[in-house]
Design a protein around this ligand. Structure first.
Ligand SMILES: *[C@@H]1O[C@H](CO)[C@@H](O)[C@H](O)[C@H]1NC(C)=O
Ligand SMILES: *[C@@H]1O[C@H](CO)[C@@H](O)[C@H](O)[C@H]1NC(C)=O
Length: 185
């Protein structure tokens, strides 16, 4: 029985981490959605996107979402897209750190502000142990915005980012130590 305890404690700790930093799904534009009337700049301003998070675009079926390069984002050039989505219900998983740019497939809407720039951070708490560092800016040409040093920030910053659930971790730790004491007595 005693040999099981370290495993249990470890399991609880892992669970704590998993719950602490699980990916977030963001509904782009909240209730207004991916729409010309939405102030997407304001919507994205206070968001902290992390690798593994999901952007959920909800839009009218006559509209579309295009992932584009920085240059195309700035000029609303919808000719050359990284990826294009249609259908009104699109989820995009932010698979790597760096800058992600989305515009409406309708150039006029893009010029009217229907565009989204998401700065995605590589929060190490998300990465499975031993996983290779996500390549930054792949497919985005010359723009490599996240120097490696930035993703090497100590784990404590991950705790800041995922703050609220540190409590959960503490509680799990407490339960684990209570169990441990129980068995010893
Ligand atoms: C849009 O991008 C394409 C490909 O990068 C380029 O050939 C074209 O000239 C650009 N159009 C404008 C209006 O900038
Ligand atoms: C939209 O997509 C999400 C997740 O991909 C799914 O759960 C949901 O049912 C979809 N909604 C509609 C209206 O298709």
């Amino acid at each position: 029985m005693g040999r099981l305890l370290p495993v249990l404690v470890f399991g609880l700790a892992v669970l704590g981490f998993a719950l602490k930093c699980s990916a977030t799904t963001y509904t782009v534009g909240d209730t207004s959605g991916w729409d010309i009337s939405t102030d997407l700049n304001t919507w994205s301003n206070d968001k902290k996107f992390n690798v593994g998070d999901i952007l959920w675009f909800q839009y009218s079926s006559s509209n579309s979402v295009s992932q584009v390069s920085k240059e195309s984002f700035e000029s609303c050039n919808t000719t050359n897209v990284v990826k294009s989505y249609t259908g009104g219900n699109t989820t995009v998983t932010l698979t790597h750190a760096g800058d992600w740019y989305f515009v409406s497939g309708n150039k006029l809407y893009c010029l009217g502000g229907m565009k989204l720039h998401a700065e995605v951070e590589n929060n190490q708490a998300y990465a499975p142990a031993g996983a290779p560092q996500a390549a930054t800016g792949s497919g985005q040409g010359d723009h490599l915005p996240q120097p490696t040093s930035k993703s090497n920030i100590p784990t404590s910053s991950a705790f800041i980012n995922c703050g609220p659930n540190v409590f959960l971790l503490a509680i799990l730790g407490l339960i684990a130590s209570m169990l441990y004491t129980d068995v010893k007595m």
